[in-house]
Design a protein around this ligand. Structure first.
Ligand SMILES: Nc1ncnc2c1ncn2[C@@H]1O[C@H](COP(=O)(O)OP(=O)(O)OP(=O)(O)O)[C@@H](O)[C@H]1O
Length: 610
């Protein structure tokens, strides 16, 4: 997508050099992943780096010995030195092969470990970031680039180690050549330079292109998941959307493909032209040495040693230069990876958190609270002034988009208010430890997750530290009335839920909702927040669940969001929100009496049942 490229995507030579600073960080990560395998690969590569020059040198001694034996008239001379040399060379070749296999093995193992370690680090860091950051597309691109780095990590690792190994090999080989004629090295170096510059230029272009395509690629991934996921399968079929998705995927992928094809074709054409200079350098040295042999100034053994060295230096130099751009390329992608870890949560934790009140005495007070989403100019909540008293059951009512869920998110500090403050027992929420605050609030969102895991795990996520507390899990299921259908499942609490994995059982919407409710009962929270907790329940279940809920949370505070007035009317007080602001407050009867918005909404719903 030419139009999508921005100047921010272009990388200067300085950027590339600076990106190389990431290589030591990568090596540190490799070491942290597995120090033993790291030592094995480094030591093996150093030995392997010295072997080519050793083989060439033994070869030279061997040929000189053969020539000497052929030309010597004394046929009784011992051949034992000759056979010793053959045996040494044989040993060196076998060692080279064996060590190459060791490196292949170690690199695969280390790459796998490193890739998983990187994924785990990303998951851990991502979990510390704010919800707001996940709603930002620039952040998402960064996260995606970091994730992709984990997948391609084995290749980069092999390249970095290969680069180190080849540098040592070249040093060994060049020492032999320099002794013979230093110009060789210079000619070989200069002749490989054009190829290197070409690779460097095109890698740069490639990086900018891939980076500029990132958002489009995410879109492709999204469309592909729409077409292939079990969650979307129902709707895709019902609306016959598959051709629409396939065409959309094809259009985007074609546009990206044409840009890549243009660049790669150009790169290949230039590579062919630039490789010619490398061959010219190599054959000039070749011709020079042959002439020296013909003049009798160097031996046949020297000839084989030099030709072998030149051929190898030329090859290894080309590899080194080619790989330099690949490695510096990888280093730039690594920069993306490490940059991800530099993103810090905006929600600040207090240095000396206040002890969390247990029990809560006054409650949560919203003082002139307003909130605007980062990507929006509109206030989602504004001028909120109310107190959720200790032990009180409060319901939030309002039309879609009135700001109910946002208010709840502010309460658990998924976001901090843009203006105003929320107090708990007179102290700003920001002064309490965030983990403790969240532990004291049992919250179930309307879009709660349906984990493709066992029943036990699905309930235990409400308080993961109690994962093995089967008594508590069963008790929570009983409180939410989920126990009734769980006991009828083939494997009950060990039953795999959902259809992703073998022998999984899919639950109905209402059954999933009861599982989600059980999560809220998993912790001894002082405040229960239920966002649309009964939307999927039938009328009888809803009544039973709420009877239970009222009994179980007698002295606890609760905040309920619901569009169902049968649920709402059970609350002590009801807050009616409109366009993010508080419109009415009171009990069900008081609000009906006021004959305002609540009464209007209630009447509308009641009419539907008449
Ligand atoms: N992540 C977000 N980024 C930007 N705006 C958002 C985001 N989430 C919600 N909004 C906007 O904030 C406003 C309040 O949304 P909120 O989800 O709080 O409403 P709600 O009352 O819970 O609605 P519903 O009854 O449909 O669940 C809406 O205008 C919505 O478009």
């Amino acid at each position: 997508m030419k139009g999508e490229k921005t100047s921010a995507d272009a990388i200067s030579f300085r950027d590339r050099l600076r990106a190389l600073n990431n290589i030591p960080r990568l090596l540190k990560m490799v070491w942290e992943t597995n120090p033993y395998l790291t030592i094995v690969t480094v030591v093996t590569r150093i030995i392997l780096a010295a072997l080519p020059v050793a083989i060439l040198y033994v070869g030279k001694l061997f040929i000189n010995e053969v020539v000497m034996l052929i030309h010597n008239s004394d046929k009784t001379l011992s051949h034992s030195y000759l056979w010793q040399l053959v045996a040494i060379e044989f040993g060196l070749v076998i060692t080279t092969n064996a060590l190459n296999r060791v490196i292949l093995l170690v690199d695969v193992l280390l790459g796998d470990r490193l890739s998983n370690y990187s994924f785990m680090r990303i998951m851990t860091h991502a979990s510390k970031l704010d919800l707001e950051q996940f709603e930002d597309s620039v952040f998402y691109d960064k996260l995606e680039r970091a994730r992709q780095q984990c997948i391609g990590r084995t290749v980069l690792l092999t390249n970095v180690f290969g680069q180190l190994q080849d540098t040592v090999t070249v040093c060994f080989l060049i020492s032999g050549l320099v002794l013979f004629n230093p110009w060789f090295t210079i000619i070989l170096f200069i002749s490989t330079l054009p190829s290197f510059l070409g690779e460097y230029y095109f890698n740069n272009k490639n990086y900018s292109l891939i980076r500029s395509q990132m958002e489009r690629r995410r879109e492709m991934e999204y469309i592909s998941s729409l077409g292939t996921s079990d969650i979307t399968a129902k709707e895709v079929r019902a609306f016959d959307l598959s051709t629409f998705f396939v065409n959309r995927f094809r259009n985007i992928s074609n546009r990206l493909y044409f840009d890549i094809r243009a660049l790669e074709t150009k790169r290949s054409a230039w590579a062919i032209i630039l490789a010619i200079t490398g061959s010219v350098g190599y054959y000039s040295a070749f011709v020079y040495i042959i002439q020296k042999v013909l003049m009798g100034s160097i031996s046949i053994g020297d000839l084989t040693f030099l030709l072998g060295s030149i051929r190898q230096v030329s090859g290894v130099l080309q590899n080194l230069m080619k790989r330099f751009s690949t490695v510096s390329q990888g280093a730039i992608y690594l920069r993306d990876f490490f940059e991800f870890f530099e993103i810090m949560p905006k929600i600040k934790l207090p240095v000396n958190p206040k002890p969390f009140p247990r029990p809560i005495k006054e409650g949560f007070t919203f003082e002139n609270v307003g909130f605007k989403y980062n990507n929006s100019t509109k206030w989602a909540n504004r001028n909120l002034n109310f107190t959720l008293h200790a032990g009180e059951k409060l319901a939030l009512v309002g039309e879609n988009g009135a700001g109910k869920t946002t208010l709840v998110k502010l309460l658990v500090r998924l976001y901090d208010p843009t203006e105003g403050r929320i107090l708990l027992d007179g102290v700003d929420l920001r002064e309490y430890d965030l983990a403790e605050l969240r532990l004291e609030i049992g919250i179930i969102f309307q879009d709660f997750l349906k984990y493709q895991m066992t029943t036990t795990e699905n309930i235990a996520v409400g308080n993961i530290s109690e994962m093995n507390n089967h008594t508590l899990i069963a008790k929570s299921a009983k409180k939410s009335l989920a126990n009734i259908f769980i006991e009828k499942l083939p494997k009950q609490y060990d039953q795999m839920l959902g259809r992703h994995f073998q022998q999984g059982v899919e639950l109905s919407g209402g059954e999933w909702q009861k599982i989600a409710l059980a999560r809220a009962y998993m912790r001894d929270a002082q405040l229960m927040v239920l966002d649309e907790p009964t939307a999927a329940l039938d009328a009888k279940s809803e009544y039973e669940v709420f009877q239970r809920f009222s009994e179980l949370t007698k002295n606890k505070s609760a905040l309920l969001i619901s569009h169902r007035f049968s649920t709402v009317r059970m609350a002590d007080r009801i807050l009616v929100l409109e366009k993010g602001e508080l419109l009415e407050v009171g009990s069900h009867d008081e609000l009906l009496h006021q004959n305002g918005k609540y009464a209007e909404l209630f009447e509308l719903q009641a009419m539907g049942y008449r």
